[in-house]
Design a protein around this ligand. Sequence first.
Ligand code: FSO
Ligand code: SF4
Length: 536
Amino acid sequence: MFCYQCEQTRKGIACTEKGVCAKTPEVAALQDLLLYAARGLAHAARTKGDIAAAGVAGEALFLTVTNVNFDAEDIARRIRAVAALRDSLLADKAGAPDAALFAPAAETAGLAAQGEAIGIASRRSRFGADRAGLQELLTYGLKGVAAYAHHARELGRSDAEADAFILEGLDALNDPAPTVDGLFALAMRCGEVSVKVLALLDAANTGAFGHPEPTPVRMGAVKGKAILVSGHDLPDLEALLEQTAGTGINVYTHGEMLPAHGYPGLKKYPHLAGHYGGAWMLQREEFAAFPGAIVITTNCLMEPQPAYRGRLFTRSLVSWPGIAHLPERDFSAAIAAAQAAPGFAADDPAPRTHIAGFGHDAVLGVADAVIEAVSRGEIKRFLLVGGCDGAMAGRNYFTEIAEQAPKDWMILTLGCGKFRVTGLDLGSVAGLPRLLDMGQCNDSFSAVKVALALAEAFGTDVNGLPLSLVISWYEQKAVCVLLALLSLGVKGIRLGPRLPAFISPAVLKVLVERFGIKPIGASAADDLRAIQALGA
Ligand code: FSO
Ligand code: SF4
């Protein structure tokens, strides 16, 4: 096993035994083989000129994102299905890469052995750390593109360019002699496609549920039966709200589902009662304490604990062996589990309130006021503190930088990294709330759109704005968003709590030279001083 795709990788180098995320060596090898099979499928599909296979290839990519699927038998079944589709498309085997030719072993153990042989470790010894790391940078960017495309597809939207690039990027990983320059260029193109796919998802979400509106969210329970929904999939939440209407069950959001409260098409359900808990890594304690059923629609799933295994349900690509999986949007099993559980005995006596729903439409709705406030010097800077949260030490930095930022700085946040700042009372600036929650990591397009609109209004580019980004990263969708920002030419991003292990020193040097990427500093105060010096 060799996996270094997420921030919490062991010792900041790689997980070589059981993953910190609880991924076993068997599952790690099967995931590697699934991606290998997807590379073969991409070659076959491109040779045939059939981009419809991008949906299946994209599912393979999304499934291997950190904290999505831990189910060896599910992954083994998918490897065989991907290889069968590949074979049905591959008319001409002459010159085809190995990934398009291998025959999946009959048994799961045999598949794991095949996966072990073609994993990252073998490519590191073939290509060296720079090229193998760049292959992974591209792969993780593709995982994010595939995840966002998957969400859009669930709402009936797709983009031919994104689909074609998923296949092109995977097929490029079949190159027996990749170059640093070629891989770097592909990673940058992946960033351009990421911007497009984020825009596609934004159109899909707002088309289906309306534009998010600033909405006070009750951060606490009300008396009664309850279902908790985590992950990012809004249509899952909508279906659950439909199916629980009139049952007396209250539905709560968890983790990245918090921004759902801002959408007119979701907040119209009166039994969308509030938000429960914080970011994903707190789920073991929070799910154990939650007195109802729990549905996980996407990452981030942690090893289920005995206290709640029997009332936990996974959806879509998420799977854990022995945990009930709902293959379709039929939530009757979760509803029955909620009815059987005790529910909340009383209202939370002192719930906090969080304002969700500052998507690009709401923010640009007050753009004139913001522009005037900047011109008058009432707003001096925008600080984006967001990304994904995680369990590793060093993440208090993100709370501290928001807390210690000058009062005339506006703080923007998104992703589950928001839970580092949502509890802070940051007050207001120029008559506007100082903290604007722009949504899920899936809504990064909102931040891009607002930044581009402000740049246009001030007659500058994004780097000419008084805007600083401090981004927390954890898994591969964050890599995709980072590539999107780089493709837009955004410079000087601070990234933490530590830099990706898959970026080799030589590649990091290029990123520093071209984009000024830097690790977060030793303290929030140091970084604030450095950012203030920029504006002086
Ligand atoms: Fe977080 Fe998990 Fe949204 Fe990620 S819940 S860490 S970048 O999956 O997707 O921000
Ligand atoms: Fe380790 Fe992260 Fe890979 Fe899990 S996904 S095995 S924690 S590097």
